[in-house]
Design a binder for this molecule. Structure first.
Ligand code: ATP
Ligand code: MG
Length: 308
């Protein structure tokens, strides 16, 4: 595809996130339906070109568990990223619509995410960095794929500069400023799986907590202009609380005990070891008994995906 903005017809707004917005579009010359992500980047032309070059790696990412990439282009002042359109949307939207997700589907989500992460890391040495339900997509074929992985270091930097969102899928070691590894993605996946199985985010923002250690995050979480805003400040305090919580309190679990298969409980527990050395890699977790069960499961995700 030689993508140009003039050839793309807007069909529908799909959603908005921190980095930008996503639209369903038609590539008129080929009649291909795509999802177009528009990212507003306040960076020099040289940096923007660098981002485009870095995004090129996505052309070489081919896996049934990764969203396909059609191309990216600059459309001042934005960068547009065109990718495979997933007609059932993201898993956060799905559970908010239909409620808690059946644990057998959740096991298939775990399988897809682990396969996707293993592919990205083994073949391209890419770490995802943003695993959460809104970055796990589903289509009416019953396929589950991940999107929005960190291929471009410059894009990660540019978005980090303007970042004001919650980041409660972050692993304890990340919150404490350590290097990102594939194991940080495993933590984020564990939190996401609990959220899907329970139908709610497992951390509560109002939990009491000591937030003394987190004053150093003050400057890095959001720009000065946002800090000036009192309401934003209060929200940020909540986030900081829940972040302190992640470091200081026991990790969340699939509860109540006995509601879910023991293999699922054990799998989630092992994703949420606070010590990254104790936590397994995606590749090792592919050998977990719950993932064997997911592979063997006769559950038909295509039928499921067509019930909503
Ligand atoms: P954040 O910006 O914090 O990562 P997010 O993932 O929700 O949050 P976006 O990545 O901008 O934000 O996506 C916005 C919404 O667009 C998603 O929640 C998802 O529902 C929808 N979406 C994104 N990519 C696609 C796609 N390829 N096909 C269909 N829907 C998509
Ligand atoms: Mg996203």
């Amino acid at each position: 595809y030689d993508l140009r903005n003039e050839d793309l017809k807007d069909l529908q707004e799909l959603g908005q996130g921190n980095g930008g917005s996503v639209k369903k579009v038609e590539h008129i010359p080929t009649k291909t339906i795509m999802a177009k992500k528009i990212v507003l980047i306040d960076a020099k032309p040289s940096v923007r070109k660098q981002i485009l070059r870095e995004l090129h790696i996505m052309h070489d990412c081919h896996s049934p568990y990764i969203i396909s990439f059609y191309g990216a282009f600059l459309s001042d002042p934005n960068i547009c990223i065109c990718m495979e359109f997933m007609d059932k949307g993201s898993l956060d939207g799905i559970y908010k619509k239909i409620g808690a997700i059946d644990i057998e589907v959740v096991s298939k989500v775990a399988l897809a995410v682990l396969e996707g992460l293993t592919y990205l890391y083994d073949v391209h040495r890419i770490i995802h960095r943003d695993i959460k339900p809104s970055n796990i997509l589903c289509n009416s074929e019953g396929q589950i794929k991940i999107c929005d992985f960190g291929v471009s270091g410059e894009l990660i930097n540019s978005i980090a500069d303007t970042f004001v969102g919650t980041s409660t899928y972050m692993s304890p070691e990340r919150i404490q400023g350590a290097q990102y590894t594939v194991k940080s993605d495993v933590w984020s996946m564990g939190i996401s799986l609990i959220e899907l199985a329970l139908g709610r985010f497992p951390f509560s923002e109002s939990d009491p907590d000591d937030d003394d250690n987190f004053s150093d995050l003050e400057g890095t979480l959001s720009p000065e202009s946002v800090l000036a805003d009192k309401r934003e400040k209060d929200k940020k305090k909540d986030r900081r609380k829940s972040k302190g919580h992640i470091v200081n309190e026991p990790a969340p679990r699939l509860t109540p005990e006995g509601r879910f298969p023991g293999e699922a409980e054990d799998f989630v527990d092992s994703c949420l070891f606070k010590d990254p050395d104790a936590r397994k890699t995606p590749k090792d977790l592919l050998k977990h008994p719950w993932i064997d069960m997911a592979r063997a499961s006769k559950f038909d995700c295509k039928v499921w995906a067509n019930t909503f």
